[in-house]
Design a protein around this ligand. Structure first.
Ligand SMILES: C[S@@+](CC[C@H](N)C(=O)[O-])C[C@H]1O[C@@H](n2cnc3c(N)ncnc32)[C@H](O)[C@@H]1O
Length: 410
């Protein structure tokens, strides 16, 4: 479980950084893995201790790396992949801050990797010219690094916090789409990045993640992608014309009709980004009998249809979870089972505690969920006996005391 600590340090803008090599020990099913890092010394004590074992390679992977026509290499589904399914788990080869360091620092980080891992790193895409990044390793970092959290509890004070990135020879083969079918999740305790599906992906389809916040407008998305990654995004939401002509040039000016489609998409994306703050939500509805029983379900279904249209499935889980909870409150067993199973499928990687809670409930929701069919029972009672809001005066302690269904621990 050794963690070799190197003493070489670099000072940049008054800050000290240390070169640090993490060696993840081999286990019965995995080979030793190495992560070459540049870290502020205070972060080293926040790394998992003891160092976790190297993760097991996935046997019979559901993806392959292939050459694309104009995007370099990319990841493709080797068979059908279900929504929520694992695609791969990988340790970063490098972990480093996003600031700029002398070329020698990047070269040294790469040099510290075992030869095979170094060769994989050096074979990665580099969208930066030699003038911009004299060290090709820096070019590779700037083209590929994914943000990762090394200090989730904020142990190091905010003003001192740096943004860190990780570079992954295989996960980083995923090209960008503004309507991605996959996403990543960083886990500090295992020092791994997990790539998983957001929606069903059919065999042969390209597996793509988003490099930016997809709620931005097309103009902003295209400009960030061009500045940071040096490409014009030709996904169907940026290159509207490609929906009809697959190889249409994204850089040609838009027709009036195409501009109208872009405006509608920008509007929908912005709306989706604020939907949960601007539309009725489950918590208030659950205690308010003056609201229609289907108001949340209808509103959330509308959001899901828009998410589907814009390919923004990364935001779908909360809506799906709340729809399932609405059906529980209404005592609709078949609908709860259908939506609850979707929650389990989609949350296994994204939020395992939610998946476990729903899995437990699904065994026998009518008995295991304390507030099963609560709204239905309230409706069936005489108005005078109802416990909660009907749009008029309600005893505050009753409403406040009615905790969210999500806290139901029975
Ligand atoms: C993180 S790498 C992705 C993997 C890369 N294609 C490779 O060969 O390893 C990012 C680079 O891939 C290319 N790329 C990714 N998504 C793209 C897209 N939607 N359209 C065009 N090029 C893209 C760009 O050259 C970008 O700088």
């Amino acid at each position: 479980m050794a963690q070799s600590v190197d003493t070489e340090t670099y000072i940049l803008d008054g800050r000290t950084y240390t070169l640090h090599t993490i060696t993840l020990p081999a286990s019965e099913c995995s080979e030793e893995a190495t992560i070459s890092c540049l870290l502020e010394p205070a972060l080293i004590s926040l790394l998992p201790n003891p160092v976790p074992p190297a993760h097991k390679p996935i046997t019979n992977p559901n993806f392959c790396v292939l050459q694309t026509e104009h995007k370099g290499a990319g990841l493709f589904a080797a068979r059908d992949i279900a929504a929520g399914e694992l695609i791969m788990v990988e340790h970063p080869a490098l972990i480093l801050p996003t600031g700029r360091f002398p070329a020698a620092v990047y070269d040294e980080l790469a040099r510290r990797l075992p030869a095979k891992r170094r060769a994989e790193l050096l074979a990665m895409a580099n969208a930066r010219s030699e003038e911009e990044c004299p060290s090709p390793v820096e070019g590779i970092v700037r083209t590929n690094a994914l943000m990762l959290e090394l200090d989730p509890k904020g142990t190091i004070s905010q003003e001192k916090r740096e943004i860190y990135g990780g570079v992954y020879p295989t996960v980083n083969r995923a090209n960008h789409s503004c309507g991605p079918n996959a996403t990543v999740k960083w886990d500090l305790s295992t020092l791994t990045e997990t790539l998983y599906a957001l929606r069903p992906i059919v065999a042969g389809e390209e597996i793509q993640k988003t490099y930016i916040n997809p709620i931005f407008s097309r103009e902003k998305r295209m400009s960030i992608l061009l500045n940071n990654y040096r490409f014009s995004c030709d996904c169907p939401w940026c290159n509207i014309r490609s929906r009809a002509q697959p190889c249409a040039n994204v850089d040609l000016p838009l027709t009036e009709e195409e501009q109208a489609l872009v405006n509608a998409s920008d509007k929908d994306r912005a709306l989706l980004g604020t939907w949960i703050f601007t539309h009725p939500g489950y918590n208030k509805w659950s205690t308010d009998l003056s609201r229609k029983d289907d108001v949340i379900i209808n509103s959330h279904m509308e959001a899901l249809a828009l998410l589907d249209k814009e390919g923004m499935h990364g935001l779908q889980n909360l809506f799906i979870e709340e729809i399932a909870m609405c059906y529980a409150m209404l005592g609709d067993l078949d609908a709860f089972k259908m939506w609850g199973e979707r929650v389990v499928q989609l949350s296994r990687i994204e939020d395992p505690s939610v998946a476990r809670k729903f899995e437990e409930w699904l065994v026998e929701p009518t008995k295991l969920m304390k507030k099963w069919a609560w709204r239905k029972r309230q409706r069936e009672q005489a108005p005078g006996k109802r416990k909660l809001k009907t749009g008029h005066a309600v005893p505050v302690d009753v409403v406040d005391g009615f905790d969210s269904f999500f806290n139901d621990t029975d």
